[in-house]
Design a protein. Structure first.
Ligand code: C2E
Ligand code: MG
Ligand code: MG
Ligand code: MG
Length: 293
């Protein structure tokens, strides 16, 4: 087909690739400069224990605010940062900043129990990740048990032996490991059992489907396919004696459904959006340490 339509297509593809490559390069340069100019910032989203209504953890989420430009969402720059390896220094900045914030909250008497930090597969592949984490923990003065590293199933699949070793070292230090977006990857349960994992995070696409079930005319608490997956993940976590936390909770119906099926920890716009540090501190201050959002 491409052959038959002749040279015009070639020009079309070349032009499209040129634009793409150009955009890539601009973005890459921008990211590099962003790191030097301190254009990155973390927002923090509360994680709530439903039984007590308390904020028991935070998740640090990266934001990029280029000078003179609009805020860029992680989905628009993290893939490229991973591809180019820039995620390694950026990720180190994220961890250092999140731990500094945790230490600050502790000194203010406002710290929730745990700080969650996302770590991509590319970062996890670096030599001596555990050593880097240990150093940043030491520099912050935070206890390793306050840190939860959120990794995705892709980490476990890309290089299982190395990932297992790194996870073992982190777990020995007392750092907690959580599998993010659980259910969207293809990790084997047999493999999961052997790894020192503390919690599963139910992906928000499954949580979103709970609402869809209700909107289709079912009763509150009823759910579609997503609801069935949510139930399965909660049951699995129970069997494996892991904590389970739901992300992307946006409604009372979703909270009710999750709660009825035994999920105690939740995170989502229904409780709070991710907040810049000053707003987070005001929230924690207003409601008392560990209190309701
Ligand atoms: P994630 O780790 O699964 O984070 C949850 C995402 O869901 C966040 O998007 C959060 O803002 C969003 N979210 C939370 N509650 C709700 C809700 O109720 N409804 C909806 N629709 N969304 C909700 P965000 O901040 O855009 O981050 C997207 C992804 O980018 C993250 O997914 C994570 O994979 C990655 N990411 C973010 N920060 C970092 C980082 O510092 N390092 C690395 N390696 N990845 C990061
Ligand atoms: Mg996460
Ligand atoms: Mg997630
Ligand atoms: Mg997610």
């Amino acid at each position: 087909r491409a052959k038959a339509s002749g040279g015009n297509h070639f020009h079309f593809y070349a032009a499209a690739m040129g634009t793409h490559a150009h955009r890539h390069l601009r973005l890459e340069t921008g990211l590099q400069r962003g790191l030097l100019r301190e254009e990155f910032v973390l927002h923090y989203q509360p994680q709530v224990d439903i039984a007590s209504g308390r904020i028991v953890g935070l998740e640090a989420l990266l934001r990029w605010q280029p000078r003179g430009g609009d805020m860029v969402a992680p989905s628009d720059f993290i893939p490229l940062a991973e591809e180019t390896g820039l995620i390694v220094p950026i990720g180190e900045w994220v961890l250092a900043t999140a731990l500094r914030q945790q230490a600050r909250l502790e000194s203010m008497g406002l710290a929730p129990l745990r700080m969650g930090v996302n770590m991509s597969a590319r970062q996890f592949r670096e030599d001596d990740v555990a050593g880097m984490v240990a150093r940043l923990l030491r520099e912050s003065g935070c206890s390793p048990s306050c840190l939860t590293l959120e990794i995705t199933e892709s980490v476990l699949m890309e290089n299982p032996a190395q990932a297992a070793e790194t996870m073992a070292r982190l777990a020995q230090m007392g750092v907690r490991l959580s599998i993010d977006d659980f259910g969207t990857g293809y990790s084997s349960l047999a493999n999961l059992r052997r790894l020192p994992i503390h919690s599963l995070k139910i992906d928000r696409s499954f949580v979103a489907d709970i609402g869809a079930g209700v909107e289709r005319g079912g009763e509150a608490g009823e759910a579609g396919a997503g609801g069935a997956i949510v139930q399965a993940v909660i049951a699995l976590a129970g069997t494996m004696k892991l904590d389970v936390i739901a992300e992307g909770v946006e409604s009372a119906a979703q909270q009710a459904f999750l709660g009825e099926h035994g999920c105690r920890q939740m995170q989502g716009y229904w409780f709070s959006r991710p907040l810049p540090a000053p707003q987070l501190e005001r929230l924690l201050q207003a409601h008392g340490a560990g209190a309701q959002p």
